[in-house]
Design a protein around this ligand. Structure first.
Ligand code: F6R
Length: 241
């Protein structure tokens, strides 16, 4: 596990974007696993800058997003599909057919989940998975629980996550209470993991994930068992290490 501590959010974002750009340079048809939320926004901005300078080419890249709210249309501005379009995909030369975000409006959720898993397998797995971390230690929407959930599945979001995500909605009642998320095995099967965290609000979760016991109560702690993890933290997120 490589832990890189930088001064601030901007530096974290630049380093993360450089890692993704290098991955694509080495393997132009890379399969990337992507996250949403506040944490990777700066990284996506940097990637767009690199693309505009012709330093990275997304033509052959395929992406799989970690998660999507259940019950939201893709067109809903709060959906993670809309987030990805607005913050990355609309500004780069990715082939729209190579973008994968779980279908939040699926009638047959089980089929959607198993199709997502199959598609990742058919693509020969994820080369580099970007992760943020919840204040409660979640990765994707794998919430603290008594078991690790292996594959892509429907999740009941917990109160802390609903509260944290309410900042993106008009009111807390509008936040979906369920989501479709890659499972822990899906994430752990990625060849490389790149976890980003900034701010004091993530310090405790980061300390538990890196130095604590491996437990489904802190889902991110499982990455201690992965053999190619890079964690980029700002000083505040690293302050309890
Ligand atoms: C988002 C995701 C979540 C977030 C986490 C942190 O696709 O899977 O695990 O990475 O909730 O969110 P932010 O970055 O908003 O603090």
């Amino acid at each position: 596990m490589r832990i890189i501590v930088v001064d601030n959010y901007e530096e974290m974002s630049k380093k993360a974007a450089m890692m993704i750009a290098s991955q694509i340079m080495l393997k132009p048809d890379s399969i990337l696993g992507l996250a949403t939320g506040d944490t990777p926004l700066g990284m996506y901005k940097e990637l767009i800058l690199l693309y505009n300078k012709n330093e990275v080419d997304f033509k052959e890249v395929t992406t799989f997003n970690l998660d999507e709210y259940y019950g939201l249309n893709r067109e809903n501005p709060q959906s993670y599909y809309s987030y990805m379009m607005a913050n990355l995909f609309n500004s780069i030369n990715i082939n729209m057919e190579n973008i994968n975000v779980p279908r939040g409006m699926a009638k047959d959720v089980k089929a959607v989940c198993s199709d997502y898993e199959d598609k990742i397998k058919q693509a020969s797995g994820i080369d580099m998975q970007v992760l943020g971390i919840g204040g409660n230690g979640h990765i994707g929407f794998n919430e603290p629980d008594v078991n690790f959930e292996a594959e892509t599945h429907l999740v009941n979001l917990n109160v802390q996550t609903i509260e944290a995500n309410s900042r993106f909605f008009d009111s807390i009642e509008d936040v979906p209470v369920k989501a479709i998320s890659m499972g822990i095995k899906t994430i752990m099967n990625s060849k490389k993991i790149l976890l980003l965290a900034n701010g004091i609000g993530k310090a405790e979760a980061i300390a538990k994930a890196i130095n604590g016991k491996i437990s489904p109560k802190v889902p991110a702690s499982i990455i201690q068992l992965h053999n190619d993890v890079t964690i980029i933290l700002d000083k505040e997120a690293a302050s309890l290490l």
